[in-house]
Design a protein around this ligand. Structure first.
Ligand SMILES: C[S@@+](CC[C@H](N)C(=O)[O-])C[C@H]1O[C@@H](n2cnc3c(N)ncnc32)[C@H](O)[C@@H]1O
Length: 281
């Protein structure tokens, strides 16, 4: 389960685990909102769908940046995360609605949206081709999408270094290439080809590289505790004895202490911002 995280995990345990660490996770990922929102070209009143919206932080950021008269709908398979999103503060003038919805399934009303977006919420479909073909039905002709997905693990040491350090202490399974999981679309060209094969037009990818603050801004000890709790890979330590778990934690905290900037652990990240359009009929 830890090697490959599927949509069914998200609808239950994984969604609840994300909700339990939602505040620091969303603070950590917040810098990705700006390039994603820019890629959406919110230059008119649009109906915008946020796919795999989780606790809704990106949906809210989009609403704050949307053209007057727009609306935002957040969709997620996890009831726990949709409850958390709905509990957030009022969002301003642009209305937001959150829905429990498997993005691999049709909506009651097709072709509703001018924009589709997702921050890391589209990598977990069990049948990706069918799921993206379904999402294509959500977009109006001429509508556009912008998706943020992680680049290769080697360029995302905020995650890959944890895997490397844990593997010094326990057996860490290697994810199957292309299986559901955070690095499923690490190869941007392959992802662009997949989306083009579905029938989307003008599909292309841009790189976003910057440092992310682990947990939104934590010292090395807090960052190690956060990473092993909030990232699913930390569950691998659940079966370990205390001495092994402590040794892995200490090594991670020590590693993080070498990546402090102004007292916060900050690590390189590489995100693909992949954009395209629904052809005009
Ligand atoms: C890594 S989290 C990202 C959450 C949110 N977009 C964010 O950036 O804070 C992945 C999200 O995708 C959702 N998800 C996974 N499979 C899904 C599916 N088939 N339909 C809808 N949501 C799904 C999960 O429940 C989870 O909220």
């Amino acid at each position: 389960m830890v090697a490959n995280i599927s949509a069914s995990d998200w609808s239950t345990d994984r969604g609840e685990a994300w909700r339990d660490s939602m505040v620091p996770l969303e603070a950590m990922l917040a810098p990705v909102n700006a390039p994603l929102i820019e890629a959406l070209d919110l230059d008119a009143p649009y109906r915008i769908a946020d796919i795999g919206c989780g606790g809704g932080e990106t949906s809210i950021a989009i609403a704050r940046n949307a053209y007057p008269g727009s609306s935002v709908d957040g969709f997620d398979i996890s009831p726990a995360l949709i409850d958390a999103a709905m509990a957030k503060e009022a969002y301003g003038d642009v209305p937001i609605h959150f829905h429990v919805q498997d993005a691999g399934q049709p909506l009651k009303e097709a072709a509703q949206f001018d924009r589709l977006t997702s921050r890391f919420g589209i990598m977990f479909f069990p049948a990706a081709d069918a799921a993206f073909a379904n999402l294509a039905q959500w977009l109006k002709p001429g509508g556009r999408f912008g998706f943020a997905v992680w680049g290769p693990p080697s360029e995302n040491p905020w995650m890959s270094s944890i895997r490397t350090i844990l593997s010094n202490h326990i057996v860490v399974p290697t994810p199957e290439p292309g299986a559901p999981g955070p690095f499923r679309y690490q190869n941007a060209d392959e992802f662009v080809s997949l989306l083009a094969s579905i029938g989307f037009a003008d599909v292309s990818s841009a790189s976003w590289k910057d440092k992310l603050a682990i947990g939104g801004g934590m010292d090395a000890t807090a960052a190690a505790r956060f990473a092993l709790t909030a990232f699913s890979i930390g569950q691998l330590l659940d079966q370990s004895d205390q001495i092994t778990a402590r040794a892995a934690f200490s090594e991670l905290a020590s590693f993080f202490s070498k990546h402090l900037i102004d007292g916060e652990v900050r690590m390189d990240a590489h995100v693909h911002i992949v954009t395209g359009a629904q052809p005009v009929e």
